[in-house]
Design a protein around this ligand. Structure first.
Ligand SMILES: Cc1cc2nc3c(=O)[nH]c(=O)nc-3n(C[C@H](O)[C@H](O)[C@H](O)COP(=O)(O)O)c2cc1C
Ligand SMILES: [Mn+2]
Length: 476
């Protein structure tokens, strides 16, 4: 549950590089993007310009399938659909393990209270050229307690530094932290909140994922770790905070009529600055805790195909798990392309079992907690198509989908202000909905037996050819 042994593991595997002397102002963001483009190592920034040694930021921590696999304790060379399947199986077998409370932990090595709060102390990067400010929270965990159900939520929502004791918190409509925050406001109260900036990837992973309402991400983190997560109790809020968090703050979100400020713009994972600058609620910081030589987990959104988290893979795993949970038969694989902005292009391959099966899978894939948020295209392909093979998928869409009969468009679906296709006048009304298309790129079930035969040379012919023409076929 400690980030540091994981950092050492990456270092030993040649998966992490130390970068000293970079500037928090755009340079760290640009380096992160350019190394990500080359699918390069994780970057551990130290001696950031204007900051002491030991004020560290890590980026690209799980930005490649290999490092994501390492975080899940899987072999680094596992790739593509097998990685999605292995993570899906972990989610399927995941039993929550209740956290335990400990009196002390590394996060309490340095504590600041009233009169000592200064968020500028941290090297929060300005990641992208047109960002409206410095974002300390990108790979963070925002912790709140539902005032009605009493359970604790942890979600990853972006956090900008406004001033010494004020942070911006952007939570998209429908996300749990936002619903919880509004419950406090409805009672005329401020919402107590804690935020963690830097934790072991299995501690923060559940916060990235859409577990159902009422499910405690801390319990899921314990399940992923295989041991109870150790928590301390925040003195100001009483909220539970991971004992090995690198940095944590406590504070409160006052009702928006008491205080709100301009938030954004921020370069988002869609590859655009789509949500612009809006008035958003704030966090008033009351207490800061951090470890010696802390490490902020920086996961700036990058224009696809770059992705600082590999969220396209974990999202595919989660959607696969949701389809299985519904009891749907014949699911062979789920994939999101890296360039799909991780939400927009879900591919499911199935072995069709009955008429209507493919449509049912398409509708289900866009309707679970994970699949519903901010989707756009769901493509259903047959079992002979590898969903992670972009060329195969395009071929299936081109040859098995008849647009007049195999496309379904559904409007008024759950999206977000970050969706670049929502026109300004619709956004102004608070209508953050978009449409979805289900593309059935499968052989129509009722006449699939008569569907033209695929023309590729059989495996048997290929094996014989390889035997007779080894030199010619050596590169195959
Ligand atoms: C790196 C990263 C950054 C994210 N930033 C935000 C954000 O700023 N606002 C937001 O509403 N969701 C953001 N998300 C998505 C949510 O964290 C995700 O949908 C999660 O399921 C929300 O938790 P909840 O289901 O408990 O609300 C981000 C996800 C990741 C992986
Ligand atoms: Mn949640």
């Amino acid at each position: 549950m400690d980030l540091r042994p994981f950092i050492r593991q990456l270092e030993d595997a040649g998966e992490l590089k130390l970068v000293e002397g970079a500037d928090w102002n755009l340079e760290m963001g640009t380096l992160t993007e350019m190394v990500n483009e080359k699918r390069g190592p994780a970057l551990l920034f130290d001696q950031i310009r204007g900051y002491p040694k030991g004020y560290r930021v890590v980026t690209n921590l799980t930005s490649t399938p290999a490092r994501l696999a390492a975080a899940f304790g899987l072999p680094l060379d596992i790739a593509h659909v097998e990685l999605v399947r292995a993570i899906k199986d972990k989610f399927k077998d995941l039993k929550p393990i209740d956290p335990v409370y400990v009196p002390n932990g590394p996060v309490l090595e340095n504590v600041y209270g009233e009169g000592e709060i200064d968020m500028w102390k941290f090297p929060a990067p300005k990641w992208h050229e047109y960002d409206g400010g410095r974002y300390i929270g990108t790979g963070d965990m925002v912790i709140t307690r539902d005032p009605i159900g009493g359970w604790v939520n942890a979600g990853t929502y972006r956090v900008e530094v406004h001033d010494r004791d004020t942070l911006a918190l952007f939570i998209s409509p429908g996300h749990h932290g936002r619903i919880i925050r509004e419950s406090y406001w409805a009672q005329g109260k401020s919402c107590p909140v804690a935020v963690v900036f830097g934790a072991h990837p299995m501690v923060s992973m559940p916060s990235f994922l859409a577990f159902p309402w009422g499910v405690e991400e801390y319990g899921m983190a314990g399940g992923l770790l295989g041991e109870p997560l150790q928590l301390i109790t925040g003195e100001y809020t009483g909220l539970p905070i991971p004992a090995y968090a690198e940095i944590a703050i406590e504070g409160e979100c006052p009702p928006p009529e008491v205080e709100s400020r301009k938030e954004g713009p921020f370069a988002e994972w869609t590859g655009y600055y789509a949500s612009g600058e809006r008035t958003e609620p704030v966090i008033k910081v009351k207490r800061i805790m951090h470890r010696n030589s802390f490490i902020i987990d920086g996961r700036p959104p990058l224009k696809p195909p770059c992705n600082s988290t590999c969220s396209y893979i974990t999202r595919a795993s989660d959607i696969w798990y949701e389809l299985e949970r519904l009891g749907l038969p014949g699911i062979k694989g789920v994939w999101n392309f890296r360039s799909s902005a991780s939400h927009y292009f879900i591919v499911v391959s199935i072995e069709q079992k009955y008429a209507g099966h493919a449509k049912q899978v398409g509708m289900a894939a866009m309707s679970g907690s994970e699949g519903a948020y901010h989707g756009r295209f769901v493509i259903v392909v047959d079992e002979d198509i590898d969903p992670s093979n972009e060329e195969d998928v395009i071929w299936a869409v081109a040859t098995r989908c008849d647009p007049a009969t195999s496309l379904e468009v559904i409007s008024g679906c759950w999206s977000t202000p970050l969706d670049p296709t929502i026109p300004p006048e619709k956004k102004a009304k608070g209508d953050y909905t978009n449409s979805r298309a289900i593309i059935l790129a499968v052989r129509p079930y009722h006449w699939r037996k008569d569907f033209p035969r695929v023309s590729r040379a059989s495996d048997q012919l290929r094996a014989e050819a390889r035997k007779r023409w080894p030199d010619l076929l050596r590169t195959e």
